[in-house]
Design a protein around this ligand. Structure first.
Ligand code: ARG
Length: 461
């Protein structure tokens, strides 16, 4: 049987093979249109600077190409830019569109590059923007937690180990512990950001080109810190870079999954420590009394999925031989999905924490005399008894323990970071510094793109 074939810009292929090899790129690459246009603008600028006779592109050509690229970006924002099966991916869709509009000029734009370095630079630009957004969202959630902590800083809450009542603690300590976890995760995101902040452009298929291209120039035009030095490594780092970013996101998801678990537990009627905002809970189709914490459960489950995305990505690249391999295309889906799940979870959690209420009576009701057992033992130590003796004495007289004031017990815990001295201000200062970092990086990037495209960015006017 004769197979059905399809003509593409880069050869005629069996239709089924084309569909199989293109996979989900036709939809996923819609997320890369802006990055591809920005990368192409920098490449065109650089092509015009190559000291060749005749020039590959004139300055006037570059202006035309860039204005064509900006038009594509605008149409992408209106959702009118299409990537067809015949295009295979965003790169050829954009080249086709430019060629339809600009003729030979469109055909020249791919001089001295390959789709391999093109997609690598697109993903780095995409990753960069997403990382800045995720950092902003992590900080917004940390801020909501610190606000809740500050509003309930001295409200007593039983501290637990093994889920068993352990020691007097406070809502302030609980909430700011979750905030500090996120502030720690920001360090990982910032490390991934710096790892990602290098330009692979000009590595072409992975081995450079026999032309005097200027990789420092394209890197600078795109607002990267520097080019990835070795062209083969620039190609090999695809997938690795995504795995690094997803592994930082995995830590964020682990943090908020644990926050979710705490909230599910402490908002159960049996605890009643916290109330979730009513509009965040769902009912049951059969049991009229139900108030289910579905949002938190989904965040808990999505954390497993983001970890899965990180694992899939690392696993696709771990056994690849050097140089480009089509396997890399399969890292695009977990990369984009992992990021988008992380972002939606962060956004919903910030809203939920913003509407959280602490219930004083339920929190105080948790304080049985046993919670103060260690305090009592330390009172005996203060009178000169060795700790192990005091411990044994209290252990054998647990029934006789008298109730203690949780507020007074908290007031005695004044050392650094303790429940009576949570030091929320310190965490707030850390948050402020991180916010400033994100704002500065965002400004630097937008400035570079504005200079490159000659239009306001991200507005595109
Ligand atoms: N869609 C491809 C990818 O994501 C683009 C690069 C294609 N390069 C190639 N040599 N076939 O990897």
């Amino acid at each position: 049987m004769k197979s059905k074939t399809q003509k593409t810009m880069v050869g005629t292929i069996n239709k089924q093979v084309l569909a199989f090899t293109t996979g989900r790129d036709v939809e996923l690459d819609l997320n890369l249109i802006e990055a591809d246009c920005i990368g192409s603008a920098a490449h065109a600028r650089m092509l015009a600077k190559i000291p060749a006779k005749p020039r590959i592109l004139s300055e006037q050509d570059v202006r035309k190409v860039i204005s064509g690229l900006v038009k594509i970006m605008k149409s992408a924002r209106k959702k009118t830019f299409k990537i067809t099966a015949q295009d295979q991916d965003v790169h050829l869709a954009i080249e086709r569109t430019l060629t339809n509009k600009l003729g030979n000029l469109g055909k020249k734009i791919h001089t001295a590059r390959s789709r391999n370095d093109q997609v690598a630079v697109d993903l780095r630009l995409y990753g960069k923007e997403q990382l800045m957004a995720v950092m902003g969202e992590v900080l917004a959630l940390a801020e909501a937690l610190l606000k809740f902590a500050a509003g309930n800083s001295s409200l007593p809450m039983v501290g637990r180990t093994h889920l068993q009542p352990a020691m007097p603690s406070s809502v302030g300590l609980w909430a700011s512990a979750h905030a500090e976890s996120l502030l720690d995760d920001i360090k990982l995101l910032a490390a991934a950001y710096s790892f990602n902040n290098r330009s692979p452009l000009g590595s072409a298929a992975g081995y450079g080109v026999p032309l005097k291209i200027d990789r420092n120039l394209t890197s600078k035009l795109l607002g990267f810190e520097s080019p990835v030095h070795n062209v083969l490594y620039a190609s090999n780092a695809r997938g690795k870079c995504e795995a690094v970013i997803l592994s930082a996101m995995s830590q964020v998801m682990i943090s908020i999954s644990r926050l979710s678990e705490d909230l599910i537990l402490y908002s159960m009627p049996e605890f009643g420590y916290f109330s979730l905002p009513k509009e965040f809970c769902t009912g049951s189709s059969i049991m009229p009394q139900k108030n289910n914490p579905d949002v938190l459960e989904l965040v808990r489950a999505k954390s497993a999925r983001v970890l899965g995305c990180a694992f899939t990505t690392a696993n696709v690249v771990k056994g690849l031989p050097g140089g480009y391999n089509r396997d890399l295309q399969e890292t695009k889906e977990p990369f984009m999905e992992g990021i988008s799940m992380t972002r939606s979870c962060l956004q919903i959690m910030a809203l939920l924490v913003g509407g959280l209420k602490a219930n004083r009576n339920a929190l105080l009701a948790g304080f049985t005399p046993a919670v103060f057992a260690t305090d009592r033992a330390l009172e005996l130590v203060a009178g000169g008894m060795p700790f192990r003796e005091a411990y044994n004495y209290i252990k054998t007289h647990l029934d006789e323990l008298a109730q203690m004031s949780p507020v007074k017990a908290l007031a005695k815990r004044t050392h650094l970071g303790a429940p009576g001295n949570v030091g929320i201000g310190r965490l707030k200062n850390m948050l402020k510094a991180e916010k400033k970092f994100v704002r500065k990086e965002q400004e630097k990037y937008y400035d570079a793109v504005m200079r490159l495209l000659g239009v306001k960015y991200p507005k595109l006017v």
